[in-house]
Design a protein around this ligand. Structure first.
Ligand code: ZN
Length: 436
């Protein structure tokens, strides 16, 4: 009944923040913690917000059910299709039209009142680190659901669905467009291909002003720093042969082992990390392998530190070739090494004084989690590297993701509060139209 006022929520913030806004594109404005707290409290005080919060509480069971339904669909990176279809169906039921783009992302546009203006991305990712053969059955311990992918990022996907339903239910309007996206290729060798499509090639790319990515199970952290990463696959190759009859010839396995031992001795500055995540090779127990390989992940929020680590790594992997060729016979062939870059994620950050970071911190604080700025590698890396204000926030409570002990705590009170951390960030980004 009430005609919504044209007054954006932004106007409730302190005047100095508005002044700072004027010179900057939407989304890229500075804010103090006090101003952010005031803006969040104003939002929480609106009738529309209260209606949404009450609806999220009432909708808790369905959000959990959809979380589970999505988790049950295997979705290793590059095989997200079935899960994308299910998410699209749920989003359609929630009331937004969906389409699947060239990369396989599911897109659902929430139209703002200002027509073809700014777009704010709200994303969660479809893919998981788990292969098709991993057992996805859920174990329950108290209020914890334990299963691969239950949190990362099926919770984020379920949160987007619950939030869209709550916004629809409360009759919310936003000034700007919100583009809800379920992305492909966030994990592992996916190499952010979903967000690369969205931010670099889609029809929205020039209109995107900010991005709120929904991932992780730690509402006390706002990810505003993007750890960059370099990932390599390294192969040592040799002639191969019978373990008994060809004994004495060079073996790629020893070269690989030597390289692995040396990599383990690299010393890095704080915040710069590496891991040999997968190894493989060989054909049988009674063969000298003709191929032995590893996949290595290196990360840092600092581009120079990452470059230094990469240079040391490339030196280390070259050394065992000559050593192995000297140590054993090369009569039937010698050892060679090949490597390729299989992942390259840019580092970046959103400055802590930016509105999007301050609002996310204040949102967490308002829901009982005094939060800090953290660093991680997520879909937000890409917008950050393009200097588009972006954060990754939590929508649930859980941990141990990327392991089979991954869990999500579905205790209702804290689950609903965690959803609100995301909701507040989204409403501020899209500039909710405040009803008088
Ligand atoms: Zn994730």
């Amino acid at each position: 009944m009430n005609k919504p006022s044209r007054r954006p929520l932004h106007s409730l913030a302190a005047l100095s923040a508005i002044a700072a806004c004027l010179a900057l594109p939407p989304g890229a404005s500075a804010m103090t913690p006090a101003e952010a707290t005031t803006a969040v409290q104003s939002l929480l005080g609106t009738a529309q917000y209260k209606a949404m919060a009450a609806y999220l509480d009432q909708d808790h069971d369905r959000i959990v059910e959809q979380n589970i339904a999505l988790q049950q669909v295997p979705a290793p990176s590059f095989e997200e299709g079935a899960k994308a279809q299910l998410f699209a169906k749920f989003m359609q039921e929630a009331g937004l039209d969906t389409r699947i783009d060239e990369a396989g992302n599911v897109l659902a546009l929430w139209k703002g009142t200002e027509g073809k203006g700014a777009v704010h991305v709200v994303g969660a990712h479809l893919d998981t680190v788990f292969g098709r053969d991993v057992d996805l059955r859920i174990k329950r311990e108290g209020t914890r659901l334990i299963a691969p992918g239950i949190l990362d990022d099926s919770r984020g996907l379920a949160a987007l669905l619950g939030i869209v339903r709550a916004m629809k239910h409360a009759g919310v309007q936003t000034h700007d467009d919100l583009l809800f996206v379920a992305t492909v290729g966030e994990e592992g060798l996916g190499d952010l291909r979903g967000v690369k499509q969205l931010f670099l090639r889609s029809e929205y790319k020039d209109r995107i002003r900010s991005a709120v990515m929904v991932d992780t199970g730690s509402p006390d952290q706002v990810i505003a720093q993007a750890a960059g990463s370099k990932r390599y696959e390294v192969h040592y190759k040799g002639p191969g042969g019978h373990s008994y009859r060809a004994f004495g010839i060079v073996s790629p396995m020893y070269a690989l082992g030597a390289a692995m031992g040396e990599i383990g001795r690299i010393r890095t500055p704080k915040g710069t990390t590496y891991s040999i995540g997968l190894i493989g090779g060989g054909t049988s127990i009674n063969s000298i392998p003709d191929d032995a390989w590893m996949q290595v992940d290196m990360r840092s929020a600092s581009q120079p530190d990452l470059a230094a680590l990469e240079a040391e790594f490339l030196q280390i992997i070259a050394a065992p070739v000559a050593a192995e060729n000297q140590a054993r016979s090369t009569q039937s062939g010698s050892i060679s090494m090949q490597y390729k870059l299989v992942g390259d994620r840019p580092a970046g950050s959103t400055p802590s004084d930016q509105r999007i970071v301050q609002i996310a911190l204040a949102a967490s604080g308002s829901q009982g989690w005094p939060a800090r700025v953290a660093s991680a590698s997520t879909d937000a890396n890409l917008p950050m590297s393009l200097k588009i204000p972006a954060v990754t926030v939590a929508s649930g409570v859980g941990s141990l993701n990327h392991s089979t002990k991954e869990y999500l705590d579905i205790e209702k009170g804290q689950s609903v509060r965690a959803l609100q951390v995301t909701l507040i960030s989204i409403l501020d980004a899209g500039r909710m139209v405040v009803a008088p």
